[in-house]
Design a binder for this molecule. Structure first.
Ligand SMILES: *Cc1c(COP(=O)(O)O)cnc(C)c1O
Length: 428
């Protein structure tokens, strides 16, 4: 058994400070049970908890750390910027540099605005879409997560096209009444919504690679369908690329599927481990944003120089030749290795680029939230704790995906496959 006495004591203390002992719910280990591990430090692909246990980490701070933990270049660069001051509330050259790095290597956006989180990026993108179209309704998909924006904390009601129910207390019905929810990968539902709410839909928002509720791969055809139906109806298509941006490739899912959305949101990787988000679009759409246009959006710490530098350092590494091919090759190697030891088989592995997901299912593809069997999470819980014992750390929920980083070595992958083999033997 792992010794987790220090984490346990820290969690007890944390519960007196924070609701549920955490500052973001999934960290509380509710869906896998047991005590959350308090992390002391990380280096490369490894993390150490407060009790000194070491793990190979596939959570990578939920995706941002594509170079792994405490990358030397990022740390050195950030350190030298930090010494000149940490925030000015005035423009700095670093904002130009990060924007230039992105815009000159990503033909899907012409102008950007930096914010401080993915949630903020999405919230601002929705406001922009409403301001640009002078419409109020938004359409989202069941099974996509877009941060804790009021209008998007909505789950489907019964029926194909619904004004769902709030999935959080504190979100007024009047706000939910502006959000239409439909199932993923279902063209009929989207068509029906456009008939029912003709000329009222400001935007369709989707995670083009839905990766917050399992990995619900959509494929290009459905995304192309969304592109064309939005264009026909004067509705803006928003790709929420907070996970997929700079992950599936430097140009994210837009580049992967070669689809031009109207607005793209970024977060996670863009900040090199610091709190950064961004939204971008054509110069014409972005001209609606204050102070150029009438859509207000601001931030005291937006474009923070320390965070900008972390983003510059990390994204520069992502632009090196072969960067994404290496990540994908390692992901394929890990997935194949785990498949070989998953002889029973207890679960399926779905993956795209450097994102992978373990699903306890017999289905060959899950592209819809409805197809996830909630009962199967009991198996995940057992496997999860066994993997911890064997030195492998995944995000603590069966609905979360895993991330490969540039810091993971083939030796790490072999150790991970061996850990799966051992864990599976103890479970079957
Ligand atoms: C993580 C995530 C968000 C929210 O970003 P935060 O930085 O946690 O606010 C929004 N959309 C998607 C697709 C995400 O993965």
């Amino acid at each position: 058994m792992l010794n987790t006495s220090k984490s346990t004591a820290l969690f007890e203390k944390a519960k007196t400070c924070f609701p549920g002992g955490v500052n973001s719910p999934v960290r509380a280990f509710k869906s896998v049970g047991g005590t959350p591990l308090f992390i002391e430090k990380g280096k490369g692909s490894h993390i150490w908890d407060a009790d000194g246990n070491e793990y190979i980490d596939y959570c990578c701070s939920w995706g941002p750390l594509i170079l792994g933990h405490a990358n030397d270049t990022v740390l050195d660069d950030v350190n030298s910027v930090m010494r000149k001051g940490t925030s000015f509330g005035a423009p700095t050259q670093l904002e130009n540099r990060l924007a230039d790095l992105i815009l000159s290597n990503n033909r899907y956006v012409q102008k950007l605005r930096f914010v401080s989180s993915g949630t903020e990026a999405v919230m601002s993108a929705i406001r922009l879409a409403r301001g640009y179209t002078s419409r109020t309704k938004i359409l989202k998909f069941e099974g996509c997560y877009h941060g804790h924006v009021d209008a998007l904390l909505v789950k489907a009601g019964s029926g194909l096209v619904t004004f769902g129910n709030s999935s959080s207390a504190g979100v007024p019905d009047s706000i939910v009444a502006e959000t239409i929810t439909v199932p993923l990968n279902n063209t009929d539902a989207v068509e029906q919504a456009f008939v029912q709410y003709k000329d009222q839909i400001a935007c369709v928002i989707i995670e083009p690679v839905p990766a917050n509720n399992g990995l619900l791969l959509q494929g290009g055809t459905f995304l192309e369908f969304l592109r064309s139906i939005c264009s026909q109806h004067g509705t803006l298509l928003i790709f929420d690329e907070v996970i997929s941006g700079f992950r599936l490739g430097f140009t994210g899912a837009a580049g992967h599927y070669q689809i031009q959305p109207d607005i793209i949101t970024y977060g996670k990787i863009i900040g090199g481990g610091f709190p950064v988000g961004a939204y971008g679009a054509s110069a014409e759409i972005m001209s609606c944003i204050s102070p150029e246009g009438q859509v207000y959006q601001a931030g005291t710490l937006s474009g923070n120089p320390v965070a900008m530098q972390a983003g510059i350092s990390q994204l520069s590494a992502c632009l090196q030749a072969g960067f994404y091919q290496d990540l994908e090759a390692k992901t394929n190697y890990l997935v194949e290795g785990i498949r070989k030891v998953n002889t029973f088989p207890l679960f399926k592995l779905f993956h795209l680029g450097s994102i992978f997901w373990l699903a306890f299912t017999e289905k060959d593809l899950i592209s819809n939230a409805e197809d996830i069997d909630a009962q199967s999470m009991g198996f995940f819980r057992k496997l999860y704790h066994s993997l911890l014992e064997n030195g492998v750390y995944l995000g603590p929920s069966g609905y979360e995906v895993g991330f490969m980083s540039a810091a993971h070595s083939y030796a790490d992958l072999d150790r991970t496959i061996a850990a799966f083999e051992k864990s599976l033997r103890s479970l079957v």
